[in-house]
Design a protein around this ligand. Structure first.
Ligand SMILES: Nc1nc2c(ncn2[C@@H]2O[C@H](COP(=O)(O)OP(=O)(O)OP(=O)(O)O)[C@@H](O)[C@H]2O)c(=O)[nH]1
Length: 678
């Protein structure tokens, strides 16, 4: 158990921090203030006093009555007496506050105002309580309660419910309704130690038994049966299940299988895997693989793992080791048996008789079926037709397919299933929750979408790759905001990871939104609002997005090769991007006569009406306001001489390269391509 602070403990036992501080003094464990931490052994001592009495006497209350106010109460009554005595004088008494309410956070100044006191007075009181605070400093619940207690004022915190938080819609289970559920297992280990082979081996030996004709399908997880019990394997070998999912706060794994090749021993990724599993507090079963190989040394593996606190039972430890050959399918039954054993110890349970919730294992956009998401049902039963919110997407479960490629109507806890029917593609690691009615699901889904947009919005000036370097140099930019869209989830993750690794002069790429599928108007709006560049990988903007990008001045970069996209961003950050050119019109010329010369073609006798025309300029032939040709000048002459340029109000002769259809009255527009100033 980790340490907790005085005020946290106070809240836990429904006492004021002051009570706890007093008690700690009595226990000879004085602390300086309510923010001080208390160690585990002291907590047990406190528990002995508080949890027993607390449970007996005081039900948990939302409102916090002021504590310890006997003194204050007296003072108040004294005041009243004085007031009565002074009645004929009719002095203005400040309005007495007896109760305040607040929501969210409140700072010292605001509290003073609510209490009808001077800010300085509050600051002094806080100092006395060991808290140094300034006027604009936010106060935690406990400090607020302490101060109000001092004045004998009741405090009520209005708890704000975040309606977009899916967790608030998941009701707690009645323990009596819980039933055993299959364990969800992740296989981890160093490269080439045999994770994929093991996953295949388990699947091949177990899945098809009794499932004649079943076509296996990769939906990110599969179930096998052993000894009449089911086991669910996440079939994303490696750390994906831990890294990407856990980064979104999703915990799906119950048991981690650590594969270590007996001929190779503990390697860097083995250690990494151990750390992931430990951080997630997931039990580890070690699978010593490749024991069929010459040079296999299982003992060495065990020896090496003891250094990482994985000690075999035979050696007095608690870690289960299974020796196997994934390639030959040996030891698979042992492994499954051990998994079931650990599962039993862990008492994994869920309630199949409720609306489902769980986690997205993977999701993608399918040309025919639209958004397709692989879900792991973690609690409840998921049914076709269920109104559902998945991450920031929503819909109704249209169809469900299990890991054997079979259509199913309902699935219970720990079951992986692929669903269609969502309005957009969610992300791996997103939570899903089923709702009773579609209207609520839609409302919450839309609110979540909206919130996602708002959260990601910033209000900086627009950025483009071209001016990036300059703004980095000026110190205007520290983060480069990027919105990433790609055809498949894997590319999104790969590109995002690589972009985030680019580090130029301490400037970092900040991926504010990623998604699968075409670049949409909403992406552009988000980019515009958050001053981001949109990078599309194997995807294109749709028409609305194109228009929005133009009007919002948002830069879209399209790529087909990951490293090119990375190179480009890196080059922009280093100021090495090829310069961008912009067209600049330098002049206008009126065609007054035309001459046809056999070897030369049409010569236009012209008059420069505006600006100038130069020999190396590009030209556009405009007739009745419509551009009918764009090309280069072949010759520019004044009288018989070739000239470099001709200025306004002068006459000249022009021939256009490979173009002769020039007519009297046409306008020739001259333009040059100019490097955009950075
Ligand atoms: N002899 C022997 N070879 C094995 C065994 N298990 C896996 N291999 C071989 O080891 C190599 C790597 O196996 P994979 O299953 O691809 O390893 P992995 O851990 O999934 O590798 P990555 O996906 O690259 O991380 C392959 O050539 C397998 O055939 C085994 O039990 N015995």
């Amino acid at each position: 158990m980790s340490k907790i602070r005085v005020y946290e403990y106070a809240k836990k036992v429904n006492k004021s921090s002051k009570d706890i501080i007093e008690k700690l003094k009595e226990l000879n464990q004085p602390v300086s203030n309510h923010m001080s931490t208390i160690s585990n052994d002291v907590i047990s001592k406190l528990d002995a006093t508080f949890t027993t009495t607390n449970k007996k006497n005081e039900p948990k209350k939302q409102n916090t009555k002021p504590s310890n106010q006997t003194n204050k109460g007296n003072k108040n009554s004294k005041q009243t007496n004085n007031f009565n005595a002074d009645k004929p004088v009719k002095k203005e008494e400040p309005k007495e506050v007896t109760k305040i309410t607040y929501s969210g956070s409140i700072n010292v100044g605001e509290l003073a105002e609510k209490l009808n006191k001077e800010t300085n007075e509050i600051i002094k009181k806080l100092m006395f309580l060991g808290v140094m605070a300034t006027k604009n400093q936010d106060l935690d619940t406990d400090a607020i309660e302490l101060i109000c207690g001092e004045y004998g004022v009741e405090v009520e915190q209005e708890i704000e419910i975040d309606k977009t938080d899916l967790a608030t819609y998941i009701e707690e289970d009645d323990q009596k309704k819980l039933k055993e559920r299959p364990p969800v297992v992740t296989i981890m280990g160093h490269v080439d130690h045999g994770k994929t082979t093991l996953l295949d081996s388990i699947r091949n030996t177990k899945v098809t038994e009794g499932e004649a004709g079943g076509i296996t399908q990769h939906i990110g997880a599969y179930q096998v049966e052993a000894n009449g019990k089911k086991v669910t394997f996440l079939d994303t070998p490696g750390h994906a299940a831990f890294t990407s999912m856990r980064s979104r706060g999703a915990q799906v794994t119950d048991i981690a299988i650590l594969v270590v090749a007996a001929d190779d021993g503990v390697m860097p990724q083995t250690i990494e895997a151990i750390n992931h599993a430990k951080a997630a507090e997931v039990p580890i079963i070690v699978a010593v693989n490749k024991i069929d190989k010459e040079g296999a040394n299982p003992d060495r593996v065990m020896q090496e793992l003891t250094e990482h606190e994985l000690i075999p039972e035979d050696w007095g430890g608690e870690t289960i080791f299974v020796q196997l050959s994934a390639l030959k399918g040996e030891g698979i039954d042992d492994l499954l048996e051990m998994i079931l054993l650990v599962a039993e110890v862990e008492e994994l349970k869920a309630n199949p008789n409720r609306l489902a919730n769980g986690t997205v294992i993977d999701a993608q956009l399918d040309k025919g079926r639209g958004s397709v998401a692989s879900l792991l049902v973690q609690n409840g039963t998921l049914k076709v037709g269920d109104p559902i919110v998945v991450g920031n997407t929503f819909g109704r479960v249209r169809a469900m397919v299990n890991d054997l490629g079979k259509r199913v109507k309902s699935v219970g806890p720990s079951t992986p299933v692929e669903i269609t029917g969502l309005n957009d593609v969610p992300l791996a690691g997103d939570r899903f929750v089923v709702f009773k009615d579609e209207k609520t699901a839609r409302q919450i889904g839309e609110m979540r979408q909206q919130k996602e947009l708002e959260v990601k919005r910033g209000d900086k000036a627009k950025v483009s790759l071209e001016d990036l370097f300059e703004r980095i140099k000026q110190g205007e930019i520290k983060d480069i905001n990027v919105i990433l869209k790609a055809d498949v989830h894997g590319s999104v993750e790969a590109l995002a990871a690589s972009l985030q690794k680019i580090d130029v002069e301490g400037v970092k790429v900040n991926i504010i939104h990623t998604g699968v599928g075409a670049i949409k108007e909403s992406d552009i709006i988000l980019a515009s609002a958050s001053n981001a560049i949109v990078i599309g990988f194997n995807v294109r903007p749709d028409n609305n997005a194109k228009q929005a990008a133009e009007s919002e001045n948002v830069e879209i970069r399209l790529h087909r090769i990951i490293y090119k996209a990375i190179e480009e961003v890196e080059a922009a950050m280093k100021g090495m991007l090829d310069p961008e050119f912009e067209e600049k019109v330098i002049g206008q010329v009126e065609v007054r006569e035309t001459f046809k010369v056999s070897k030369i073609g049409t010569i236009a006798g012209c008059y420069v009406t505006d600006g100038k025309i130069s020999r190396d300029a590009g030209v556009r032939l405009i007739r009745d306001g419509v551009v009918i040709y764009e090309g280069e000048i072949d010759a520019l002459k004044r009288f018989k001489d070739d000239v470099k340029e001709v200025a306004q109000n002068y006459e000249c002769g022009i021939t256009i390269k490979n173009y002769n259809d020039i007519k009297e009255g046409d306008v020739i527009e001259a333009f040059i391509m100019e490097e955009v100033e950075m």
